[in-house]
Design a protein around this ligand. Structure first.
Ligand SMILES: [Fe+2]
Length: 303
């Protein structure tokens, strides 16, 4: 089976308590643990695993690493061999490098992002359970996001990073944005049946553009906008719709300036679906279908 999903992200926070308050009271995630190094672990109400979001205290914002969950320990052996065969340096992290996590592989992608690949994590269950569940649990806070959805990574050489995820980690491409000469500006890549689990855009090496939480539909996006406004959270843009992915979206910033997104909708791609191509002259419509132009913050703020 290989990689099942984007299992998690570890995010640097300037003020840990302010970030914990934000991700619990505004996003609606719940804290599942804190380790001796001060890392705080959180999950959405519909996620079974121990955590999908790790907050770590730091003097700068940004992404510490992404985590990819594979189906079995055999997949770790498979990908170690595949990565090392391509000349990628792979370290092994013992079980417990994160709370509840089994042994993991640790390597850097060509865009300068660190990747942790793991097969096992303690399952703590969801708020509605796995037996005759209600559609959502009572007592959700803020937006009440059920789970982490995807991340957009910046890389100086978007083509090289995209090749890495497609050829070495077996991602498929749903959509791409290209220059008039056909050079890749951005790629939307998937392992699940959503338009993207990871997207890559040409930009500053090692940086993150945003990571995103899944919501059901437009009503949930509207409610999220209310919650964001009621909590005086800085909005980047939205609510609006993407041409690329057809997703419904809001972009906004966490207390450290890391960009978050709530994402709903989109369509279901398959590995054999033709790649949808967007050309640079249509970038406004592709990114923000209603506004048809990019706002300045969206193209300049990376953490
Ligand atoms: Fe996104």
């Amino acid at each position: 089976m290989g990689i099942m999903r984007l299992g998690g992200v570890k995010i640097r926070c300037l003020d840990l308590q302010a970030s914990v308050d934000y991700y619990t009271k505004v996003i609606g995630f719940e804290v599942t643990g804190q380790d001796k190094d001060g890392n705080v672990y959180l999950k959405g109400w519909d996620e079974f695993d121990h955590h999908s979001l790790t907050l770590t205290p730091s003097n700068r914002a940004g992404l510490e690493h992404i985590s990819l969950k594979v189906q079995s320990p055999d997949d770790l052996v498979f990908y170690r061999n595949k990565l090392e065969g391509a000349g990628v340096k792979v370290e092994t992290l013992p079980a417990g490098s994160e709370m509840g996590m089994g042994e993991a592989l640790w390597f850097e992608d060509p865009g300068g992002h660190w990747v942790k690949m793991y097969a096992e994590m303690e399952q703590v269950g969801t708020k509605v359970g796995a037996l005759n569940p209600d559609p959502w649990p009572p007592g959700l806070q803020g937006i009440g996001a059920p789970r982490l959805d995807h991340i957009l990574l910046a890389a100086e050489d978007a083509q090289k990073s995209t090749d890495f995820y497609m050829h070495l980690l077996d991602f498929w491409m749903s959509e791409r944005l290209v220059t008039k000469n056909g050079d890749l500006i951005a790629a939307w890549l998937f392992r699940t049946n959503t338009v993207h689990d990871i997207a890559i855009i040409a930009g500053p090496q090692g940086k993150m553009h945003h990571f995103s939480f899944l919501l059901d539909d437009w009503n949930e996006i509207r409610k999220a906008a209310d919650v964001i406004a009621m909590n005086d959270v800085k909005i980047d843009i939205g609510p609006t719709r993407h041409g690329i992915s057809r997703g419904l979206t809001i972009y906004f910033f966490d207390p450290s300036g890391n960009r978050n997104e709530t994402f709903a909708g989109g369509y279901m791609p398959f590995p054999d679906s033709p790649v949808i191509t967007w050309t640079e002259d249509e970038i406004g419509r592709g990114i923000f279908f209603f506004q048809r132009e990019l706002n300045e913050a969206f193209t300049t703020v990376f953490t």
